[in-house]
Design a protein around this ligand. Sequence first.
Ligand code: SF4
Length: 404
Amino acid sequence: MKPLNHLEYYRLPWNYADNGISWLEPTTDCNLRCEGCYRDPRGPGHKTLDEVKADLEVFKKLRKSDCMSIAGGDPLVYPQIVDLVKIIKEMGWKPIVNTNGLALDETLLRDLKKAGVYGFTIHIDTSQKRPKVTAETENQLNDLRLHYAQMLAKVGGIACSFNATISDKTIDEIPGMVSWAQQHADIVHTMVFILFRSPEISGDFDFFVEGEIIAIEDTYKDTDWGGSHTLMAADAVAKIRQADPQYKPCAYLNGTADPSSLKWLLANRVVLNRDILGYFSPKFMELIQTVTHLLSGTYLAYADPKSIARGKMAAFFGGLVDRKMRSIFFKLLGHTIRNPGSILKPAYIQSLMIIQPVNFETDGRQDMCDCCPDITVHDGKLVWSCRLEELNKYGAFVQTVPKK
Ligand code: SF4
């Protein structure tokens, strides 16, 4: 495989103060325990609604964003989740519920929809021990994913994303998940593959807080679920290409220590009649982000199902301004000539995203996501949500020093 070159993709213009996404945690409680979860289950539990509103005010003051990811813990166990969604919507964000789905039924979904929920990101993978679910592989879990996608589609007008933590043990299942998503592009709008991290990656480093050495395993649960290899974005790309050789990313976020590392790697494909017509070009993604920001004042992170069904329009207008998008338009024409029945069918835009969390440079620098979208509020400040436990436990982020 040709090595991935970040300079061939569009660097999303998201930054600390003006981003596609912000991340709110109303609770640390959860009704599941996933391997690799970075939130301590013995946390303080639910915040009061006033405390959550105070966090939202901090965001309002410090950062623009298109969406507010409501996470945790599992936000659906938060007693005032419906009120919270309403407040977020009224404050001008698109409320996105990041959940394992366990507490979601149609009644709650309809209430959330009425309150203004914009989308769901549903975390399903084999790192969870779900009651009454016997599936042992990622691809056996596709039926459960379909159950939620169909529930969201039935209520209608809600963006549907799935994320899965991917480890050494499950990476070979990516091709099956990518093909499954292709078959359901009408109701599955985004698949996110989050590469597993565990304290095992700390093998070559000592960890310090305020000059004192600490045991990192005390903060992050050590587990052998993920195996020993530190997965990188290129590993996931190789697997996606087994299912979809046309796969081509269009945009990325780099690392804070390594500008060439692909911390968030985004690809958008156009799917008609379950056939892939091609992938968005970097230029077209640049156009989308720029125009959206000009018109709305924020960078786009989530689109609604109506916009997602406008793959033909994207191919046409994109083709007017960019040669790479034109190839999607010509494939669309060819497909329609061969299948005249598809002339009235929508083409769907489906996103495939890879997230590569922290890794360490040999000199000890921590390569975080530059301009982290999943920034949350802690004590009135904006901080990385993936490392909140360090602040909870030590009052400071942990420093890494290579072992002598
Ligand atoms: S820095 Fe951490 S919280 Fe931010 S996007 Fe990356 S993995 Fe997520």
